[in-house]
Design a protein around this ligand. Structure first.
Ligand SMILES: [Zn+2]
Ligand SMILES: [Zn+2]
Length: 554
């Protein structure tokens, strides 16, 4: 008799057809493990939304099965949703030292102190009843990044996590090529791999190349140097500090996330700081300009970031001055080009010299390009492949890359978030869908803002609001006060008195009409006011404000 195995299920809950909120559930028998728990930033039409997190309905429904969340690295798109998810599903969290260090800062901000955080090292294996989770060293734009292998009796799943192949990483801690090749040799059932840079030919340059560009810039700089980069790119920060030290400059750190990350990295030993090199931002006036480097957030032109505030004279402690040299050591993430460009313009207007990506080799990507992806596919040589971490076009092209390396098309699963893929030893198939999607976080509200609220916000933001207040008599329905009209974001009332007066006439006539017909229902009255006013306003202004009639009966 053939022994029948339960299916091994892979369920992406985020990170497909989008860059952000990475989360994948892997289920076997009565165990589920979750890889990563990231957030994404709201799209333009998500007005007023702070962040977006994955829908975890499926995990909550199966909460007894969920054995833990395993983190590949400490970027926001992999750990950012943790505080929100842990509030609903308090399971153990596993990650390397730096990753957990960054998680701790986050949990503290959310006053979550009853979470079981487990620090692991690469090569560590966490044994569950039916799965074994192995951390494998990889390289990325943050130290301590890992790939994750999940071993089951059905086969091994290998998740690359975010990675690039850096043969000369700053901390000399290279990717564990040997282990990855070994897994490939033993046989990997499924690989999930980073698709971010699949459109780029060749290789991502080593982080080390940025060091020599920075060195040259620092050598020639005459005055103050401001470098903006991603807070989490600790190796970049290290190289900036190294260059500062070499050219006898002190370093001040600006921006909340930069200060946080530098502190965590310093405490955990991920940053090597020459003695006394760091100074407080309050002390910069004690030094002459050629003795200073300021490392700051804001490389994406975020309006509230330290660099934006320095550029627009809104920063309390420092302002960009003529002659400052500003280095933007990052490329704009797609979608941020406009805001970055705005900041660059402001910096030039202030008289600063600005060096950004188009002008020098001051940034390298943290994600594998085509040749690195090919290396990974060749080393792991999985039976099945699922491209992850990318928009649809990235996933599609990653699938094509796999085909070009000889993988049969039918063994590639280019799926969407929420789609279940089921495996047994010899086959794989799509196995339906679980709830998935965007949960919007606005202030303290998680998931309470949905499509209807967003539609109203959009309407209000585009056409404004008009409130009509009218008081009618209980006994006969006659208007005894009003209509009064209040508007916001529609027209400037003082210059539109005529329009508002005529609008009142329209409302009054509509109500008289109802009165004559002996109609007293509020819903009907309100709709009549809305319709008549809407037509009138559109006729006069070609605008469609939201109209809110308020009827009071006395
Ligand atoms: Zn990453
Ligand atoms: Zn990522």
């Amino acid at each position: 008799m053939v022994r029948k195995f339960t299916k091994l299920k892979v369920i992406p809950l985020g990170g497909l057809n989008e860059i952000g909120k990475n989360m994948t559930a892997i289920e076997y028998k009565d165990e589920i493990i979750v890889i990563d728990c990231g957030l994404s930033f709201p799209e333009d039409e998500m007005l007023g939304i702070d962040i977006v997190i994955p829908d975890i309905t499926y995990l909550l429904k199966n909460r007894d099965k969920v054995k833990g969340i395993f983190l590949t690295h400490g970027h926001e798109d992999h750990i950012g949703a943790l505080p929100y998810v842990l509030k609903k599903l308090n399971v153990p969290v596993y990650g390397t030292k730096l990753t957990i260090g960054l998680v701790e800062v986050k949990l503290k901000e959310h006053k979550l102190n009853n979470v079981k955080l487990n620090r692991v090292k690469p090569k560590d294996k966490i044994k569950l009843n039916f799965m074994e989770v192995e951390f494998i060293k990889t390289t990325h734009s943050i130290p301590d990044a890992c790939s994750i292998a999940i071993h089951t009796e059905i086969g091994t799943i290998f998740h690359t996590g975010d990675f690039k192949v850096d043969y000369t990483p700053i901390d000399e801690d290279v990717m564990d090529f040997h282990r990855i090749a070994e897994l490939g040799k033993k046989g990997v059932l499924l690989m999930l791999a980073d698709s971010t840079n699949v459109e780029r030919a060749g290789y991502a340059m080593s982080e080390r190349t940025v060091g020599s560009s920075l060195d040259e810039i620092f050598r020639n700089a005459k005055r103050r140097i401001v470098v903006a980069t991603f807070a989490s790119n600790i190796h970049r920060v290290q190289q900036i500090i190294n260059a500062a030290y070499k050219y006898n400059r002190k370093v001040a750190v600006s921006g909340r996330s930069m200060v946080n990350v530098v502190n965590v990295a310093k405490d955990l030993g991920y940053l090597t700081l020459p003695e006394d090199i760091l100074i407080d931002l309050n002390e910069i006036n004690d030094y002459s300009h050629d003795e200073l480097v300021i490392i700051t957030t804001g490389s994406q032109g975020e309006p509230m970031s330290a660099l934006s505030r320095m550029a627009s004279s809104e920063h309390k402690k420092m302002e960009i001055e003529k002659g400052d040299l500003v280095v933007i050591s990052a490329t704009p993430i797609p979608g941020n080009e406009k805001t970055v460009s705005k900041v660059i313009n402001q910096l030039f207007e202030k008289g600063a010299e600005v060096i950004y990506d188009d002008l020098a080799d001051i940034h390298v990507s943290g994600h594998a390009c085509q040749e690195e992806l090919k290396l990974m596919h060749r080393l792991v040589k999985p039976k099945y492949f699922m491209p992850v971490h990318g928009e649809y076009r990235h996933l599609k092209q990653h699938a094509e890359l796999a085909v070009s390396l000889g993988m049969p098309k039918e063994n590639i699963f280019t799926v969407t978030t929420g789609c279940v893929v089921e495996f047994d030893r010899n086959s794989a198939r799509l196995g339906g869908y679980v709830p998935s999607g965007n949960i919007l976080v606005d202030g303290l509200g998680v998931g309470d803002v949905g499509n209807i609220v967003l539609r109203d916000r959009k309407h209000l933001s585009e056409d404004g609001l008009m409130v009509v207040v009218v008081t009618i008599a209980k006994e006969n329905g006659k208007v005894i006060a009003g209509p009064d009209i209040i508007s916001r974001g529609f027209v400037y009332v003082r210059e539109s008195e005529d329009l508002i007066e005529k609008a009142k006439v329209v409302v009054r006539e509509a109500l008289t009409e109802c009165e004559n017909k002996q109609i007293r229902e509020w819903a009907y009255l309100k709709n009549t006011i809305k319709d008549e006013l809407k037509n009138y306003l559109y006729e006069r202004t070609k605008r469609n404000p939201m109209i809110l009639p308020i009827i009071m009966e006395v």
